[in-house]
Ligand binder design. Structure first.
Ligand code: ARG
Length: 461
């Protein structure tokens, strides 16, 4: 069945039909398509296009299709071009062609498909945000599991300064909190109702677009029918937010792939999220995290595909825009799966606090704290930096680590050192100086944990 044909002398070739068919993937829009048609039918009744009786019959038929569409066999044997066409055919079978043919009055598949995708995507965004909240909850629990553990913080993948474990974990909490917010903004740009735009010039029937928007839970309606038909910014907004979420997940994955490696060695993952090797009996590989890292690349590619598809498209709708769907569906599915996977990885993490501390102690990660102490005595910082740099060099030459230096030895090395500064060579003491808001001092981190807890409870409401 086709939704057009009168103007043609012959039908489409087999290859073109195959080439243009989108049903295999756009069938996931079925529920949205039916909900949209229910609202459109009511709109047509208010506009006087349908009688009460006709409208009632259509609504009942659409409702029953909504019920049947839950069955995966719903699309078995369907040969139609897309999901919209399947619905019309099934409607005809229920209410007869004369009535079913009226449902498309004043509507085009151009505004219909935009409506469907917006409705569908809205629900997916809600799921992604729920999973983000779940992930933040797991991270918070992981942070609190080792509240006093000290780990090396890195720059350039080199041990840089000691930080509290919960401080490090909360850094990811912040990233995911921004993602939650950003996906909320994307939802607002998705949640605008385009029906009534028609093909491009606006519906020729006085349907109450505001009423349809209210019925379907949209925040507002599109303001220009040409924009309504040709716009896919809302997909880019969503995909941008999804990309940043995947980017953050990939950084977390990379960190933990490194930290759980033999080379770092101060963290471990559970058996349930690691896998062995078919050849090397000793292996325990972080495949779950590697897959998250890999999927991030795939999702970025989908974003670029959409941008390139839309670039320089002439106004308004062009069939190119059908190509927005497969990448979009892939972004959604990879995002949801990756979030689910991350939620499952986090509770399996175990920290080896002794090894993490040893990594800090073996590396002069407290050098900055010592330089800060000199600067606090009034020494210009660059000079303090220079003196501590020389101390580190000497220490390395002697094969000693920071904590091997006594206060007396420090003072003997350079008169600027006061013996009590040796206390800062203990990372536990060193972190106490980082009391600035946002710093890793224990009291700041305790506050940040409490605040995170509170913010999380607001995100759920
Ligand atoms: N499958 C099409 C899409 O995804 C639906 C709209 C078709 N519109 C058209 N004018 N051929 O964009």
């Amino acid at each position: 069945m086709k939704l057009w044909g009168g103007r043609f002398e012959s039908g489409p070739s087999e290859v073109f039909e195959r080439f243009g068919r989108s049903l295999d993937y756009d069938k996931r829009l079925i529920e949205a398509d039916l909900l949209g048609s229910l609202a459109h039918a009511r709109g047509l009744r208010s506009a006087g296009v349908l009688s009460d009786d006709e409208c009632q019959k259509l609504l009942e038929a659409l409702e029953s299709l909504l019920e049947q569409a839950k069955d995966p066999a719903f699309f078995d044997g369907c040969v139609e071009e897309d999901v919209h066409t399947v619905v019309i055919r099934k409607l005809k079978e229920r209410v007869g062609a004369d009535l079913a043919d009226k449902i498309h009055t004043g509507r085009s598949r151009n505004d219909q498909v935009s409506l469907d995708v917006r409705l569908w995507l809205r629900g997916q965004i809600d799921q992604a945000r729920q999973r983000l909240v779940q992930l933040m909850r797991e991270l918070l629990a992981l942070a609190q599991r080792y509240p006093e553990a000290i780990i090396p913080g890195y720059t350039h993948t080199r041990r840089a300064q000691p930080v509290l474990w919960p401080h490090y974990v909360l850094a990811y909490f912040e990233m995911f909190a921004r993602d939650w917010e950003r996906l909320g903004q994307a939802r607002r740009s998705v949640n605008v109702m385009p029906l009534g735009s028609g093909a491009l010039a606006g519906s020729g029937f006085p349907i109450d677009r505001e009423a349809i928007a209210r019925e379907l839970g949209f925040d507002s309606i599109t303001r220009n029918s040409m924009d309504g038909s040709g716009d896919r910014d809302f997909l880019l907004d969503f995909e941008h937010a999804a990309n940043l979420t995947m980017l953050h997940l990939s950084r977390l994955a990379e960190d933990w792939i490194l930290y759980t490696s033999e080379e770092f060695g101060w963290m471990d993952l559970g058996d349930g999220v690691t896998s062995g090797s078919s050849m090397m009996p000793q292996k325990r590989n972080p495949d779950s995290l590697e897959l998250i890292r890999g999927k991030a690349g795939r999702v970025f590619g989908a974003y670029l595909a959409l941008l390139v598809t839309l670039k320089a498209l002439p106004m308004t709708y062009n069939r190119d825009m059908q190509e927005d769907k497969e990448p979009l569906f892939d972004v959604v599915s990879q995002l949801l799966q990756s979030l689910e996977m991350a939620c499952a990885v986090v509770p399996t993490v175990t920290l080896k606090p002794d090894l993490a501390l040893r990594a800090v102690e073996q590396s002069w990660a407290v050098a900055t704290d010592l330089a800060d102490a000199l600067a606090r005595q009034g020494l210009p910082f660059h000079q303090a930096h220079q003196i501590v740099g020389r101390l580190v060099l000497e220490s390395i030459k002697q094969g000693r680590s920071a904590k091997d230096w006594s206060g007396a030895e420090l003072a003997a090395f350079a008169p600027e050192f006061k013996p009590e500064m040796a206390a800062l060579l203990d990372p536990r003491e060193a972190i106490k100086t980082r009391v600035v808001f946002g710093g890793t001092a224990p009291e700041r981190v305790a506050e940040a944990l409490a605040e995170a807890e509170q913010r999380l409870s607001q995100m759920q409401s």
